[in-house]
Design a protein around this ligand. Structure first.
Ligand SMILES: Cc1cc2nc3c(=O)[nH]c(=O)nc-3n(C[C@H](O)[C@H](O)[C@H](O)COP(=O)(O)OP(=O)(O)OC[C@H]3O[C@@H](n4cnc5c(N)ncnc54)[C@H](O)[C@@H]3O)c2cc1C
Length: 356
């Protein structure tokens, strides 16, 4: 039997979990389809220093665990499975996982994006240990250091120029001798005395000298085959982002780069909202994702206020059942492959369902 709900949220990163907190406090009893690995991109990083409320910084996984606990506290139901199909042709919208189908009166899509990677093993093992995909997030850690940026587009030039605020030197490593970057962005980088360029070269290996932290890179010139090494403290991979939108192609309007087209989180289908990196080609920060998640939840609530709402649904019934048994919320896990997990605290019954 399908689960039915007033609101389904697809994706359990900062956007999805913030939407869940707002929607749950608005008594929409949202179902979050969080995927088999919950928490989103911040699960792959260590220190987060720019999320407000943490003067000493917070570990990415800890921040996400707390957001998830907060969403659980107000009655969010989590489905720890990947959605493989969505049907958005008419309401209720259908979200299908291997184990079940969820029918939702409204849907918030928060499936995020993936930064493109160079694709070498050392990039993965040293991620957060000198390898970064976000200068805005991590530039501050590289004050007075030597860093490199991999890429030749606008994003790479922007990251390189931004990093010169902190770093002693910034080397742009690019596989060609021509750039995709716009002339103005390229010139800004070329005119910056701290930035130098290594062209026609790819990163063959990120070196740590056994320390577990980036110490340099081995480069290969793709024209001559020559190998060389560069001593570095950090390397920023800036070769683009892939939005997780394959499920929505042909159903929702997407931008040229494949992100969901959204205006104040409203997509091309009434009742379907999008928040976070999946619709954000520009900012791609945890706080902007959370902010958009909040907007989407309020928009979904207002949309439902204007449309007929079904009476008590199986999802509601499930929540009520869980309410009577759950003593306290369970900590989040990556419970891959499990089906629905629902834990609802007693607080739900007394929550004020206020929205700001
Ligand atoms: C290494 C790293 C460090 C970063 N550091 C910072 C930082 O210090 N500060 C900062 O502000 N930002 C940082 N960012 C950026 C920040 O993580 C993102 O902007 C933010 O996570 C976007 O949130 P989101 O909810 O939109 O998407 P995501 O965090 O990408 O979450 C999307 C979720 O949806 C799930 N999903 C996707 N498809 C499906 C599906 N079909 N079914 C079910 N689930 C699905 C994914 O598994 C994922 O869990 C960092 C990013 C990275 C990669």
């Amino acid at each position: 039997m399908a689960l039915t709900t007033k609101l389904a949220i697809l994706g359990g990163g900062p956007a999805g979990l913030t939407a869940a907190i707002y929607a749950a406090r608005g008594q929409l009893n949202p179902i979050v389809i969080e995927g088999v690995s919950s928490g989103g991109q911040l699960m792959t990083t260590s220190e987060v220093e720019n999320f407000p409320g943490f003067p000493d910084g917070v570990q990415g996984p800890e921040l996400m665990e707390n957001m998830r606990k907060q969403a659980l506290r107000f009655g969010t139901v989590f489905v720890s499975e990947n959605a493989h199909t969505v049907r958005l042709g008419s309401r209720p919208f259908a979200i299908v996982t291997d184990a079940q189908e969820i029918l939702a009166e409204t849907l918030i899509i928060t499936t995020g994006a993936r930064s493109r990677s160079i694709g070498i093993a050392s990039e993965r093992t040293l991620m957060g240990r000198g390898v970064s995909v976000c200068a805005t997030c991590d530039g501050f850690f590289f004050r007075g250091k030597d860093v490199a940026v991999v890429g030749g587009g606008d994003a790479a030039m922007e990251e390189a120029v931004f990093l010169t605020r902190f770093a002693k030197s910034v080397t742009v490593i690019h596989r060609r001798d021509k750039f995709r970057a716009s002339p103005i962005m390229l010139k800004r980088a070329q005119d910056n005395a701290k930035i130098k360029f290594v062209l026609d070269s790819v990163v063959e290996e990120i070196l740590d000298g056994g320390s577990g932290k980036v110490k340099g890179v081995r480069l290969k010139n793709i024209k001559t085959g020559d190998l060389s090494e560069l001593t570095l403290d950090g390397i920023f991979v800036a070769i683009g982002h892939e939005p997780n939108t394959s499920l929505f192609k042909g159903q929702l309007e997407l931008t040229e780069r494949g992100f969901i087209k959204a205006t104040e989180t409203a997509t091309s289908i009434p009742g379907v909202f999008a928040a976070g990196d999946v619709q954000d080609e520009k900012y791609k920060q945890a706080i902007t994702a959370s902010g958009a998640g909040c907007m989407a939840a309020l928009n979904a609530q207002w949309f439902l206020d204007e449309h007929d709402q079904p009476a008590e649904t199986p999802a509601d019934a499930k929540v009520v059942a869980a309410q009577s048994t759950a003593k306290e919320s369970t900590p989040p896990t990556n419970d891959a492959g499990t089906s629905t997990s629902s834990v609802v605290p007693p607080a739900l019954a007394t929550s004020t369902a206020s929205s700001p």
